[in-house]
Design a protein around this ligand. Structure first.
Ligand SMILES: *Cc1c(COP(=O)(O)O)cnc(C)c1O
Length: 360
C-alpha cells in the first residue's frame, strides 16, 4: 500500500472509501454487467443514479425548488463565458477580483458582455479582500460575480456581501461542499468538480430558476442553461463517470455527518496548518490577511527559497505529495479539501517542524 497524503490543488484527492467502491464496481456496476462508463446515459440505472445524486446534493446543501441543479461539462473556464451568455441579457456585469481566477473570469466574460470591475485587491497582491466599503456596486448590474475561494492565492471570503437585488454569481470551484451555505442568497453557483467534488470533466451549477429565462433567443441550444435544466442535464451525453464518482462523494459526505461536520473538520485542519506556519519563527510564512485565510488552499513560503526543491523532494519521500505552489505565487501550497484527513495534516505539520529543525 503506497497511497500518499495528497495535497494537490486539483485534480485533487478523493476519499479512499469512494475510490474503493469505484474499484469494486468497475466490472459490474449495479448489476448491469458493465462499468458505469459503458452503459447508456438514457438507461434506467444511470437515470436512477442521476436522480439520486441530485437529491443527495439538494439535501446536503439545502437547495430548494427555487434553484435548478445542473451537471454539465466544459470546466469552470467554459462557464466564465457561458454564464454571461445566459444571464447578462445586454446589461453590464460587476466583477469583484480577489485573485487569479476572478481576474480570468472577468477577462473571459468581457468577450461576451460589458464588464465592470466593482472591487479588486490586486494592488495588495491579492493578500486580502477589498474592504467592504470599497465595493462600487452598480444597482443595475445583471449580476455581481465573486470568487469566494481563490485557489491560487489562498484567499477566502468567510461572509457574503450585501448586493441588494442584484443576484450574486459565485465561482465556488474550490470551496463548494466544504461547509453549509445559504443557497437562497445566490443567483448562480458554479464549480468544476476536480477540486472538492469529484473527477474532472464535470461542472456543477445551481441556478435560481428565474435567471434561466434571461437567455436570449439567439443563444444556441447547447449553451442554454434553461434547456439543460429542462432535460435534467441529459440534453446530450453527460460526463457519466465523473457524475457517478461525484454521486458517491455526495453519499460519503452524508455518511460523514453532512456539511456541518465537514466544516468543523475543515476549519480544524486549516487551523492546525496555519498554527504550524505562524509558530515556525519565520521559517515558513503565509502572507494572507488572517481574516481572509482559506480553509481549503494554504500557500506558504520558505524563508529560504533555495530550500524549496529539497522540501518538495523530502516531503514526497515522506509520502506527502502535491505540495508545489502555483507558479503565479511560488513556494508551497497545501490543499485541504474534504478528502484530506486530520491525520494527513498532522503528518504534514510534523514533517514541516522536523524539516525546519534540520535546515533552520
Ligand atoms: C480550478 C479553478 C478554475 C478553473 O477550472 P477549469 O475546470 O480548469 O476550467 C476556475 N476557478 C477556480 C476558483 C478554480 O479553482
Amino acid at each position: 500500500m503506497t497511497r500518499a497524503f495528497n495535497f494537490s490543488a486539483g485534480p485533487a484527492a478523493l476519499p479512499d472509501a469512494v475510490l474503493e467502491r469505484v474499484r469494486d464496481e468497475m466490472l459490474d456496476w449495479n448489476g448491469t454487467g458493465a462499468s458505469v462508463m459503458e452503459v447508456s446515459h438514457r438507461g434506467a440505472a444511470f437515470e436512477a443514479m442521476a436522480a439520486q445524486s441530485e437529491q443527495d446534493l439538494r439535501e446536503l446543501l439545502g437547495i430548494g425548488d427555487d434553484h435548478a441543479v445542473l451537471f454539465l461539462q466544459g470546466g469552470a473556464t467554459q462557464h466564465f463565458v457561458q454564464v454571461p451568455m445566459n444571464i447578462a441579457h445586454g446589461a453590464s456585469a460587476d466583477y469583484v477580483i480577489t485573485g487569479h481566477w476572478g481576474a480570468r473570469a472577468a477577462k473571459l466574460a468581457s468577450q461576451v458582455c460589458s464588464v465592470r470591475i466593482a472591487a479588486s485587491s490586486a494592488q495588495g497582491g491579492f493578500r486580502g479582500l477589498p474592504a467592504a466599503g470599497d465595493w462600487q456596486l452598480d444597482r443595475n448590474a445583471a449580476y455581481v460575480h465573486i470568487t469566494p475561494n481563490e485557489t491560487i492565492h489562498g484567499v477566502e471570503m468567510h461572509g457574503l456581501p450585501d448586493t441588494g437585488a442584484v443576484p450574486i454569481v459565485a465561482d465556488m470551484s474550490s470551496t463548494l461542499l466544504s461547509r453549509p451555505l445559504d443557497i437562497s442568497r445566490y443567483g448562480l453557483i458554479y464549480a468544476c468538480a476536480q477540486k472538492n467534488i469529484g473527477p474532472s470533466g464535470l461542472v456543477l451549477l445551481i441556478v435560481r430558476r428565474d435567471l434561466l429565462s434571461r437567455a436570449p433567443d439567439s443563444l444556441p441550444e447547447i449553451f442554454r442553461y434553461d434547456r439543460h435544466a429542462a432535460q435534467r442535464s441529459l440534453l446530450n451525453t453527460p460526463a457519466t463517470f465523473s457524475w457517478y464518482v461525484s454521486a458517491l462523494v455526495f453519499r460519503w459526505l452524508r455518511e460523514q455527518g453532512g456539511l456541518q461536520a465537514m466544516a468543523q473538520r475543515n476549519q480544524a485542519k486549516a487551523a492546525a496548518l496555519y498554527a504550524a506556519i505562524d509558530g515556525s519563527g519565520g521559517f515558513y510564512r503565509n502572507e494572507v490577511d488572517p481574516a481572509a485565510r482559506s480553509w481549503m488552499n494554504v500557500p506558504f513560503q520558505l524563508r529560504d527559497p533555495g530550500l524549496d526543491s529539497t522540501f518538495l523532494a523530502e516531503s514526497a519521500a515522506a509520502g506527502l505529495i502535491g505540495l508545489k505552489g502555483h507558479r503565479v505565487v511560488g513556494g508551497m501550497r497545501a490543499s485541504l479539501y474534504n478528502a484530506m484527513t486530520m491525520a494527513g495534516v498532522g503528518q504534514l505539520v510534523d514533517f514541516m517542524a522536523d524539516f525546519a529543525r534540520r535546515h533552520g
